[in-house]
Design a protein around this ligand. Structure first.
Ligand code: LRH
Ligand code: MN
Length: 396
């Protein structure tokens, strides 16, 4: 008879689905260059194939986030191919990510650009992404805007707010029933004086202004050092305005490191806010759990498997908090006992509980070992190395 808390952990693991980023399997780098990996994915087929490896070894990643300009360069014309690959690899397309930050015309912004023609171009692309999402039966369209400026006085920040309100309202009008617009905020980079959608409050207000199908996307790497991310999550839960997460970890800025590699307690505290909310409401919060990482040095598939396993272990720990007991201690301001109730769960080693859950699902109890023993990495390294060795590694 599984004890009550282990049962809670298993129930949590049953419902935890983690969406992988197609771009997490590709050769990525920093502004100082890229270290090319022979096994890295370049084609959308290779990205689906690699994602399927993570899904088959963890059982927790049924969807793949797509970045339209990188994965569907021909827009709607590529939908058939994506559907074919989805069938072939048993991984569904997930959130649709427009790219309104890469092209030259976006130098002074996209929806926030003073030039109305460029705002129209950006809007056109995002509306096309809504169409692609509908054609692929994908629920979420998740635009991240790099828009901002680098020097004081160079842009009218209030005017740009109005441009964003106008553009996001237009996008919201194009959404089909059931679709969601997830607005991602980021305090800086690539803009280094102001970013138009810099924090949760700005994203919240723009989402509210856009309409009821617009929500906030919390990328854990998009916060100032001292910010209390789980308090932001608490606010967004309270107002039912949280649409999803881009999970990663960081020591300094938007480092996009592997989840839990630097501060696992941070992820645990976020998961705790969600589990406590769901316990209080007796309902599952409608949140898209997604990963957004770029593995510049580690093997990309192995790093993704690490990410999912860590997320499962920390999500299970947070599920094992005795919420009833904690609620009573919080109400009674029994500070030490309340803190010990939370800390106790965090220090619970859930690795064997998660292994047993995997075995009960017919999954490999050690996904990383299973992947290494599959020989997949050696095979794709052989197949892809010639092409990857020609890849451009330099920044400038
Ligand atoms: C921006 C971001 C955004 C993605 C990109 C790859 O930093 O987090 O979510 O589009 O990374
Ligand atoms: Mn992100």
């Amino acid at each position: 008879m599984k004890d009550r808390l282990v049962e809670k952990a298993w129930q949590a693991l049953d419902k935890l689905k983690i969406e992988l980023p197609s771009w997490g399997f590709a050769n990525t780098g920093t502004r100082f260059g890229k270290f090319i990996q022979a096994a890295a994915a370049t084609t959308i087929e290779e990205k689906f194939s690699d994602a399927a490896q993570v899904h088959s070894s963890t059982g927790a990643c049924p969807t793949l986030a797509l970045h339209v300009q990188w994965d569907l360069p021909n827009g709607l014309k590529d939908v058939g191919e994506v559907e074919r690959l989805s069938q072939k690899f048993g991984v569904r397309p997930g959130s649709i990510n427009p790219n309104i930050f890469q092209n030259q015309e976006y130098k002074y912004g996209s929806l926030g650009n003073p030039d109305s023609a460029i705002r129209k171009t950006a809007l056109r692309h995002i509306l096309d992404c809504v169409g692609i999402a509908e054609a692929l039966h994908c629920r979420d369209v998740a635009p991240w805007f790099a828009d901002g400026s680098n020097y004081p006085g160079t842009q009218n920040m209030r005017q740009r707010i109005a441009y964003f309100e106008e553009g996001l309202r237009e996008i919201h009008r194009s959404l089909k029933p059931g679709q969601r617009l997830l607005i991602e905020y980021k305090p800086f980079e690539p803009a280094f004086y102001h970013t138009d959608i810099a924090d949760w409050g700005m994203a919240y207000l723009l989402a509210k202004e856009a309409g009821p199908q617009a929500f906030v996307l919390v990328d854990t790497g998009h916060h100032y050092q001292a910010q209390n991310i789980e308090q932001i999550v608490a606010w967004l839960l309270h107002h039912k305005m949280i649409g999803g997460f881009h999970f990663n970890d960081r020591r300094y800025a938007d480092d996009d490191l592997t989840l839990g590699s630097i501060d696992p307690y941070q992820v645990f505290r976020i998961f705790h806010e969600i589990h406590m909310f769901e316990w209080e409401k007796g309902a599952v919060a409608d949140i898209a759990y997604m990963v957004d990482q770029s593995h510049n040095l580690k093997g990309k598939i192995e790093a993704m498997i690490q990410t999912v396993c860590t997320a499962q272990e920390l999500y299970a720990r947070a599920a094992m908090v005795d919420h009833e007991r904690l609620a009573g201690l919080q109400q009674g301001c029994s500070l030490v006992d309340a803190e010990e109730t939370l800390r106790g769960a965090f220090w619970t080693d859930t690795r064997s509980i998660v292994k047993d859950w995997r075995k009960s699902k017919g999954l490999p109890d050690d996904p990383l070992l299973a992947f290494r023993e599959s020989g997949y990495l050696e095979r794709v390294s052989r197949e892809r190395s010639a092409r990857n060795s020609g890849a451009n590694a330099s920044y400038a």
